[in-house]
Design a protein around this ligand. Structure first.
Ligand SMILES: [Zn+2]
Length: 199
């Protein structure tokens, strides 16, 4: 095997690390890129390099953006009194895909987990409490996964916000037990948001 063949195999092995791409899909993707070198592979390479130097966490909400503050936080058409709390950026993007939530977000960066040693300080929970104190927030919607850790986190946050003048709600039926937002279809997310209940 010559060195050029090795490089292609290395690219396939790297691509295969991506979610949703096993070795077989990675191989097909790489082959397609090489065949479409000018219109896919080169622009993709440039774009990956550009995004890799620009992508950062929004200082306000934790979304991934190419600016210090993301376009949702700086938007003047979003409702400012509602903050939807999600575990991960993938969940935020899933909520945005469903196109029903018009407020702003707060990404925790994980769930509380005694098992994995994740406490409130490891997440952006103190930051959330400060936002609720500092911004005019009427409602905090907990859109956390219907897993044990997700629900533990939801209860902890509800406790933290208990003595503040803010309604705390959570997504209602529609999120299956053990369900993760990113895997739900848009209609299910939308139904769960519209039927949210007080915590
Ligand atoms: Zn933001």
């Amino acid at each position: 095997m010559d060195s050029k063949t090795n490089k292609i195999e290395e690219l396939i092995a790297l691509m295969a690390k991506l979610p949703g791409l096993g070795p077989r899909s990675a191989r097909r993707a790489v082959l397609r890129m090489i065949k479409k070198r000018e219109i896919i592979m080169k622009p993709l390479g440039d774009m990956i390099q550009e995004v890799s130097s620009l992508a950062q966490e929004c200082l306000v909400c934790g979304n991934i953006s190419n600016d210090e503050t993301c376009s949702i936080c700086t938007s003047d058409v979003r409702v400012t009194g509602e903050i939807c709390v999600v575990e991960d950026v993938a969940d935020l993007w899933a909520m945005e895909r469903s196109n029903v939530f018009k407020g702003r977000y707060h990404v925790l960066g994980g769930n509380l987990s005694a098992l994995d040693g994740v406490g409130p300080e490891e997440l952006r929970i103190p930051h959330l409490v400060n936002r609720v104190k500092g911004e005019e927030v009427n409602e905090v919607i907990l859109a956390l996964n219907a897993t044990v850790d997700g629900q533990t986190t939801a209860h902890y946050i509800a406790d933290q916000l208990d003595d503040m003048d803010v309604a705390v709600t959570s997504l209602a039926q529609g999120v299956p037990i053990g369900g993760e937002l990113d895997y739900l279809d848009d209609g299910t997310i939308s139904a769960a948001l519209n039927a949210r209940k007080s915590v």
